[in-house]
Design a binder for this molecule. Structure first.
Ligand code: SAM
Length: 287
């Protein structure tokens, strides 16, 4: 039988079940085996790997994951896809599908109860309307993850891997680079999906670091400082931070900046992650 990754087979399955694509759930299904292999190779999947896939759709990528990995846990929000997945994944005994919203589930507990607490790889063609919350949930909730290899909107990938003093560098870049080392796997055209999305895509690998690249005494303060620094991109750091509800006044912010040898007239986008860490640690001390 033709593989699910062929456009013909995808259309057959979709028609057989009378499935209707939901734009609001970000449903763009992959129909290109080359791209699927780029994802699989980018994640360096072996028979030792346990995979969490977010949004299996009709199970196209899932079948390839199931063949390469030890086991796969797929989390799908759309109830109408569950019977389809029952058919397309019936021959893969190492695969389980859960019908739930990935943003509402306790991922740490899920790994504990369903995957014996093993360190997982997250591999997915993500729904673009919730890309950032999904990635940040895996990172911030201390889920045991070693790698995240995901298809995202091109602009989001550019932001995830951006360095200081570039237009794409922002709070998302710093937040993600606190946990991971990002690397672009491949750019992806619109034509490899049914239906075609309106945007270009990119597969990105976020290799989760064993330890953060900087020491931060209070992660909450660190994230607040980073967010405030980028909130008003045209303003100086001193002004941006003064509007940031950090719980200290402008004069104190200036003193903290000076204590870290950071010129208050600089802009947030010029600060390295090391400077953000030094600044937030100094601010933490006086809070
Ligand atoms: N993996 C399939 C593929 O590559 O062909 C489908 C990918 S499609 C871009 C995104 C999938 O995520 C859809 O199946 C959609 O229903 C599912 N989805 C959307 N929001 C979700 C959520 N909050 N939790 C779990 N799955 C979600």
């Amino acid at each position: 039988m033709e593989k699910l990754s062929s456009p013909k087979r995808t259309k057959e399955i979709v028609n057989k079940y009378g499935f209707r694509f939901s734009k609001s759930l970000g449903q763009n299904f992959l129909i290109d085996e080359n791209i699927i292999y780029k994802i699989i190779n980018g994640a360096e999947i072996t028979k030792d790997d346990t995979i969490i896939e977010v949004g299996p759709g009709i199970g196209t990528l899932t079948q390839y994951l199931a063949e390469e990995a030890k086991r796969v846990l797929a989390i799908e929000i759309d109830k109408s896809l569950i019977p389809i997945l029952g058919e397309t994944l019936k021959d893969y005994g190492n695969t389980e599908v859960i019908n739930t919203d990935v943003l509402k589930v306790d991922l740490k507990e899920l790994v504990e109860t369903k995957l014996d607490g093993e360190r997982v790889k997250v591999v997915a063609n993500l729904p673009y309307y919730v890309t950032t919350p999904i990635i940040m949930k895996f990172l911030e909730e201390e889920v045991p993850v070693k790698d995240i290899v995901v298809m995202v909107q091109k602009e989001v990938a550019d932001r995830l891997k951006a360095k200081p003093n570039t237009k794409d560098y922002g709070s998302l870049s710093v937040a993600v680079q606190y946990y991971c080392e990002p690397e672009i796997v491949t750019r992806v055209p619109k034509t490899v999906f049914i239906p075609n999305p309106n945007v270009e895509s990119t597969v990105i690998r976020l290799k989760v670091l064993d330890n953060p690249p900087v020491e931060v005494t209070d992660r909450k303060v660190f994230h607040s400082v980073v967010r405030a620094s980028f909130a008003k991109r045209r303003k100086t750091l001193l002004n941006s931070l003064s509007f940031g509800n950090l719980g200290i006044d402008k004069e104190q912010i200036k003193e903290c900046l000076m204590a870290c040898s950071i010129d208050p007239k600089r802009r947030g986008e010029s600060l390295t992650i090391e400077e953000f860490a030094a600044l937030s640690n100094t601010i933490s001390k006086i809070l």
